[in-house]
Design a binder for this molecule. Structure first.
Ligand SMILES: *Cc1c(COP(=O)(O)O)cnc(C)c1O
Length: 529
């Protein structure tokens, strides 16, 4: 089910009458029993015994090994650098002839990706899913942890934790410039992760995918490269009032630098963008539109399709900040027709420190390099540098190799559950929570967006949000309390801060019930003061 179909979706919510009645969780939850978790014993000997050891190779193996290295070099380095072209460098064709060491290594990662069978099950088996997240099985302040801070970051499944550990134990090397076996393995896995990302968002090719540190760095990359080349005095850029600071500040800085103006699509009291205003904001000097897909404070799903259509009718390129949408709904960049799409690995069950910029080929080819250094060059003299093609042009220096690979594992996890199933599960939880919380007198839910996902912002008049956050923490419930890096959005609705529970695939209705009971207690305490 896609988000735009959810309007027609009916939920059977229990009729709770006027007084809130929520299930009281069992008094004594089970003790944390880590042995019950399916954490596989380390299946690989540390210091992989199968790894070729130079110096101890048989003559035949040595020939094979030399062949691999020769092939690797012939692919890596253009034979005639004076031609100035690396068009014949096709890293995805680089098959290294390595033995499978039990982790699928030796098979080019690209083939592994193609052969993966993703099971799009019909329902989300929360119990099974929770077993894959060891961190959830602990007590905080004497209570089972409830992780409702998913809008800030998501927890990691074993697939990611163990995958990273195995990579560091067996294959880790720097990439691209390597002349040896581990460099080839690491390069294959890093480029394999790029291909997984491309497939996940339906990019035309893996060359459309740049690895960066996260959404923030991705938007800075686009703002700075596009801004330096295309923004001039008197131009303007459009963002939205709902946007995260990461989509406001980089554009504000670039506009200041170039003498351009930053404009923002306004919002209404429900927390919906007033899209009828967009046409009035656009002028012949509008050079770029950059907007969020899903808002992180009210959970608003913006009608980005319509924004992109309007922008393109004026030949204006569009960046979509997908930090809050990527883990919650199907993203198809070709269907959206956005020019750029940016997201962070850590909000989709992947590692922190890794993120993605998708860019259309024609834009990536036009944009100047961002940072200078190794890997982003074709040829360097002291006077002059010839830059590499995208994506290498935008990945100067040693990248975050392991976490890119870890992000690939996170996407495997999401696909094994099915993004539509995740979306449905979270939508049910969100609407259930809204319903239950709205029945507690003394609590205000901020905004009421038409289409929304995963996020609820609350206000309890009489108690500052951070204090509510601390009281919930005493009950083992982790929520965000503050301005969520979205001050213009909160202020537009008359608030400075909110208490924000956000939901993910591993959350349950029982956890929502615990939140509701805790909130009821907090409100009762305030009223009895
Ligand atoms: C979290 C978030 C960002 C920033 O992501 P980082 O991972 O901190 O770079 C940007 N936009 C939105 C909507 C977000 O929720």
């Amino acid at each position: 089910m896609y988000l735009n179909e959810l309007d027609n979706f009916h939920f059977d919510l229990p009729d709770l009458g006027t007084a809130p009645q929520v299930a009281v969780p069992n008094a004594a939850p089970d003790e944390l029993d880590l042995s019950a978790l399916p954490i596989p014993a380390a299946s690989s000997p540390v210091g992989n015994v199968d790894a070729p050891q130079i110096g101890s190779l048989s003559a035949a193996d040595e020939e094979l090994f030399k062949g691999v290295i020769a092939k690797y070099f012939s692919d890596e380095v253009p034979s005639a650098p004076s031609s100035g072209s690396t068009d014949d460098v096709q890293p995805e064709k680089k098959n290294c002839l390595l033995k499978d060491n039990g982790f699928g290594i030796g098979i080019p990662e690209t083939d592994i990706v193609r052969n993966l069978h993703y099971d799009e099950a019909d329902t989300v088996n929360t119990e099974e899913i929770r077993k894959q997240f060891p961190i959830l099985h602990q007590k905080v302040n004497g209570h089972d942890l409830v992780w409702f801070d998913n809008g800030a970051t998501t927890q990691k499944p074993l697939r990611v934790i163990d995958g990273l550990s195995e990579f560091y134990k067996t294959d880790y090397s720097n990439i691209h410039r390597g002349a040896h076996t581990l460099a080839a393995r690491s390069t294959d896995q890093y480029e394999g992760a790029r291909e997984k990302v491309a497939r996940f968002i339906n990019a035309p090719a893996k060359e459309n995918i740049l690895f960066v540190r996260g959404t923030t760095e991705g938007i800075n990359l686009v703002a700075q490269t596009f801004g330096r080349k295309f923004l001039e005095k008197g131009d303007n850029v459009i963002v939205s009032t709902l946007d995260h600071h990461a989509n406001i500040v980089p554009w504000q800085q670039m506009c200041k630098l170039q003498g351009a103006e930053l404009r923002a699509i306004p919002i209404d009291k429900n927390g919906d963008l007033i899209l009828s205003e967009l046409e009035q904001l656009i002028t012949p000097h509008t050079k770029f539109i950059s907007v969020g897909h899903v808002n992180n404070t009210f959970g608003t799903i913006n009608d980005v399709e319509s924004i992109i259509r309007t922008a393109h009718s004026h030949n204006i390129p569009v960046l979509i900040d997908g930090a809050q949408s990527i883990a919650h709904t199907k993203v198809d960049v070709q269907q959206l027709d956005c020019d750029f799409f940016v997201f962070s690995g850590h909000k989709i069950y992947g590692p922190s420190g890794i993120g993605v910029v998708y860019g259309k080929k024609e834009w990536l080819e036009q944009l100047p390099p961002w940072q200078g250094g190794g890997n982003m060059i074709k040829d360097v003299t002291i006077e002059h540098t010839e830059f590499n093609e995208p994506p290498a042009r935008f990945e100067a220096g040693t990248p975050n190799i392991a976490d890119a690979i870890g992000l690939g594992y996170a996407l495997d996890f999401v696909q094994s559950v099915g993004i539509h199933n995740i979306e449905r599960h979270e939508h049910e939880l969100t609407e259930y929570a809204r319903q239950q919380i709205s029945r507690i007198p003394g609590i205000t839910i901020m905004g009421n967006p038409k289409k929304r996902v995963s996020v609820i912002s609350l206000d309890i008049p009489g108690i500052p949000a951070p204090q509510v956050g601390q009281l919930l923490d005493k009950e083992g419930i982790a929520v965000r309390a503050g301005h969520h890096c979205a001050q213009p959005a909160l202020r537009a609705l008359g608030y400075e801060m909110s208490v924000r529970p956000t939901f993910a695939v591993y959350n349950t209705k029982e956890e929502v019930d615990r939140l509701v009971i805790a909130l009821q207690k907090i409100v009762a305490d305030v009223q009895n003061r």
